[in-house]
Structures are given as C-alpha cells and as structure tokens.
Design a protein. Structure first.
Length: 345
C-alpha cells in the first residue's frame, strides 16, 4: 500500500511538473484583436505606424488591424462602429462631439499639425519677410491645394486666410487634390500655385532634390500663434468601447507613448527610417531623416486644456461649431497621460 501511494505521488508530481513546464512555455495569452481607423502614408499618424511595425502593439497584448480612410472618413469609420478606435484629427473629434456624437480622446499622436503653407518658387511673395499673418496675403488670386473639403488642411488654410484679412470664398481658389502623393504631383505640374500641405508633401517639395517650392507659414514650427500649443491628431473611442474594453484602451495608450519615445530618441533613427520605408512611399530616407531631426518633438501624447481650447478656437473661427466643447466632455481623463518623458534609456 505504501509503495502504491509512493508511486501515485511520484506520478502526480511528474504530471504537475510537466504541466508547469508546458504552462511556462505557452504564450501568456492570445492577443486582443482590435480595429483602428487611420490614414495611410501620412506623417500625422507615424506614431501608429511605429507601434505597428516595431510590434509595440503586440508587446502590450494587442493585435491591431488598421482600416484606412481619408479626411473626415477616418472619424466616420470609427463612429459608425466599423472600428473600435480611430486615429484622426482632434478637430474632427471636437466637431462631431459638438453635433452630439459621444467620442472620447485617449491620447495624442501629435501635438502640432504636420502642415505647411507652401508656394511654388516662381510665385511672387513680396510679404515673405513680414510678420505673421502678412505673408499670407500673398495668396490672393492663387489656386491653393488641400487634401479634401473639411479636412484639417481645409480648415487650417481658411483660418490662416481669415487671419490675413482674406475671404476664403472670394480671394483664393481652394482645390481638393487628394493625398500627399497626388498633392505633390499637382504642385510639380503647376495644377496649383501652392498648398496647405500635409507631410511629407512640404518636406519633399521644399527640401527634396528639386526644391521647387518655398515655405510661407511653417505650422510644425509654431509659425502661427494658435498652433504653438495645440492638439492635432489623437486616438479616439466611443464611451461604450471604453466601458467594455478598458484594458485595450490602456494598452493602446501605452503603445502610443512608447512609440513616441522611440520617435523622440535620436539613437532610434535607423528604426524610424525602416518604418518610413515600409509606410511612407515616395519619401526618400534622407528627407525622412531631415524631417525627424527637425520635427520629432511634435510627437507627444498629452492634450492640455489650453491645447484643446485652441482647437475649439480654430473651429469657432470657421463657424464649424456653434460653441466650444468642454475639456472634460471630449477627453477621457482616466486614460489621457498627464506628462511625458521622451527619454527611453
């Protein structure tokens, strides 16, 4: 009997030990599947591409499927329920919130807009050296490209025109020309005189080999007062999603912060160039290197109250909202980071 008990004990111990080994070798758990709408080949969402390409989403337990759209479509994809999360312009989130859609901002991908008001070199700019907004007056009578009607390129251009005393409907011709690649082609071919360009259009046009365009207002460098503290692009969700999947929301925020730390780390430039090669078609590595050397600090996660107030001011100036959307109504404060340390070492 004693021998039998000993044998059973030994067998049980072996089974337990084998199970422990198998458990240790098994994955910690299946990745949480989630869909997120975003833009394709656009530096405003480079944080998303970094998190995807460098497997930071996986590191934080997520399997993220990106669903691409353009302009306001990216916000509408999420609002419709086709995706649980959306990475798009904060302006769009505030605008739909003002119209009764309940959306929440979790984290920023970018604090300043990756936009620049550029003109072809042959266009006369007699006010180029004058203080803002006088240089914008040189746009009178010109054809200026935007990505699409209602996009941030459109609302921002109209804001700058009004700041300069110009009427967007009468003093310029605003031409929707599509994504960065088609915008660049329209500029090169003279279809438009200039553009409220979204990166990488302005970097390619102004700093590329041809250098066929010049910068008029560099918003990425805080070239207009409203955009010196701003909330440009972030990750949104519907409140129901946050209630049902809070752990996914926290993981997305964590992956976003880590991606921004990578972008802000000069030692990770090679990683950024690899991500750029996979996601930013047509942008030469040296241009991408120049871009991040100059603008990497605009990739920050924190949306301050002042930054959100400035978004409201832009939309109010364009009569795109009737009244400002309060910070605590649009920002999911339980997820929004309070500070950011760009150091990764």
């Amino acid at each position: 009997m004693g021998g039998l008990r000993s044998s059973r004990f030994s067998l049980g111990a072996c089974i337990a030990a084998f199970a422990a080994v198998m458990l240790a070798a098994a994955p910690a758990g299946a990745l949480e599947k989630v869909k997120m709408s975003t833009f394709q080949g656009n530096l405003c969402c480079f944080t998303v591409y970094v998190a995807q390409q460098l497997k930071l989403y996986e590191k934080h337990g997520l399997d993220v499927e990106l669903v691409y759209g353009t302009g306001i479509q990216v916000a509408n994809i999420m609002i419709s329920g086709a995706t649980e999360f959306g990475a798009f312009a904060v302006e769009h989130g505030v605008a739909v919130s003002s119209k009764g859609q309940d959306v929440k901002l979790l984290v920023l991908n970018q604090v300043l807009p990756p936009l620049g008001l550029i003109l072809r070199n042959e266009v006369r700019t007699p006010n180029a050296d004058k203080p803002y907004p006088q240089m914008v007056r040189d746009l009178k009578g010109l054809k200026i490209g935007i990505s699409s009607a209602g996009a941030s390129t459109d609302t921002t251009l109209q804001y700058l025109l009004r700041e300069a005393g110009l009427d967007p409907k009468k003093d310029v011709t605003i031409v929707p020309v599509g994504d960065p690649n088609t915008m660049l082609a329209a500029l090169k071919n003279g279809v438009i005189d200039g553009a409220m360009a979204v990166e990488p259009t302005q970097t390619a046009a102004v700093s590329g080999p041809a250098k066929f365009a010049k910068m008029v207002v560099d918003l990425e460098a805080g070239g207009a007062p409203l955009f010196r503290e701003y909330a440009y692009n972030g990750i949104f969700a519907r409140p129901a999603t946050l209630k049902e999947r809070p752990q996914v929301a926290r993981a997305l925020v964590a992956a976003t912060i880590e991606a921004e730390q990578v972008i802000n780390d000069p030692a990770r430039m090679d990683d950024l160039l690899k991500v750029g090669a996979a996601t930013m078609r047509g942008l030469e590595p040296e241009l991408l290197r120049a871009y991040f050397s100059r603008y990497r600090t605009i990739f920050r996660p924190v949306a301050t109250e002042k930054a959100m107030d400035n978004v409201n001011q832009l939309l109010l100036a364009g009569k795109l909202i009737a009244q400002a959307v309060p910070y605590d109504r649009i920002v999911a404060q339980e997820f929004m980071p309070k500070e950011f340390s760009p150091a990764t070492h």
